[in-house]
Design a protein around this ligand. Sequence first.
Ligand SMILES: Nc1nc2c(ncn2[C@@H]2O[C@H](COP(=O)(O)OP(=O)(O)OP(=O)(O)O)[C@@H](O)[C@H]2O)c(=O)[nH]1
Ligand SMILES: [Mg+2]
Length: 385
Amino acid sequence: MDDWASKIRQGDARALARAATGIENRDPQALETLRELAPGCGHARIVGITGPPGAGKSTLVDALAVALRRQGKTIAILAVDPTSRITGGAILGDRIRMQQHHADPGIFIRSMATRGSSGGLARATADLARLMDAAGKDFVIIETVGVGQDEIEIAGLAQITVVVLVPGMGDDVQAIKAGIMEIADVFAINKADQPGADRVERELQAMLSLANGRRPAIVRTVATQGTGIDALLEAVAAADLPAHRLEPAREPAHIGIDHLGIAVESLAKAVSFYESLGMTVAHRETVATEKVNVAMLPAGESRIELLEPSAPDSPVGKFLEKRGAGLHHVALRVPDLAAAVGRLRAAGARLLNEPRQGAGGHLYVFVHPASTGGVLLELIQESGR
Ligand SMILES: Nc1nc2c(ncn2[C@@H]2O[C@H](COP(=O)(O)OP(=O)(O)OP(=O)(O)O)[C@@H](O)[C@H]2O)c(=O)[nH]1
Ligand SMILES: [Mg+2]
């Protein structure tokens, strides 16, 4: 056993591959070896590459591996597929990849997929990453298909997460926003050789301007041609600041103005005014339950939210009748809504609802103007990691 660990430390590729398989199978002896190796961890940079199916993640990882090998770095690639898609695309891609790097002992590659529960997959991936770290790899690159919670969990292992987007995603950029956007340290707009890269980048910029202070880099790549790979590596290196790593949670610690809600008679007219100021609409939606059409325009760290009634009996419609167009509410972002609500209740504030979950996954509560100095107040907690 001891022997096994020391072989791995000395770079024995066969021993490493055997340990990796043992860890995937939760073999007690392999797990014991990992425990022995644990003190040697902490050297590797662990980079997550995630994004929708077919975005070019594997191609990108290959290109990164080639560039890193040229710098003399050693690499482990862990390709994780929690969705276990039966198309075989991933497996095929990875087989081609294995052939390409077959003769290179500086690259270790392992593909993993599972059906059903993936909590175990996340754990095995974490252990494998640790094993590769202990074995002295300079980089551990974890590729996951990113759309859901499990994938976010796996991406959460990484010190630096690259989210891969592609042209033509359209509303998908919105759709993946909730979870994935929060974990991104770097965005790669891959397939930048295809039309629509400008549009994805614009949408992404608009979305990031709504985010809280974090400014992930955006890099365009053509993975199949190796274009933008050096820039991507630079962005990864730049994102990898010690301070960044020491910060476990990325939730906003301070209260800030999330948005100002303005009730308007005509959304089109109001939007054109703000556009003439140079602002752009980042997001539009109709909230059926509230009978309101909404347009969000980023303004620095905050936003202007324009509200137009979609039916005469909507709350905003009633507001317009009673008070006329104007400031409808102020929304503050708070780090911990439950704590804020507890304090407000203790202080006797008049809450208009129990904390609820909004469409974007955030929690919110409204406070009556009587308690706030005359304006309806919304408190928002962004959805966490
Ligand atoms: N035009 C173009 N095609 C690309 C680019 N990068 C990858 N592709 C192609 O896109 C397809 C999917 O690439 P993969 O690297 O397998 O994508 P993936 O994200 O790993 O896919 P899954 O692991 O199955 O989710 C392949 O046919 C690649 O050749 C690019 O920059 N430009
Ligand atoms: Mg792949």
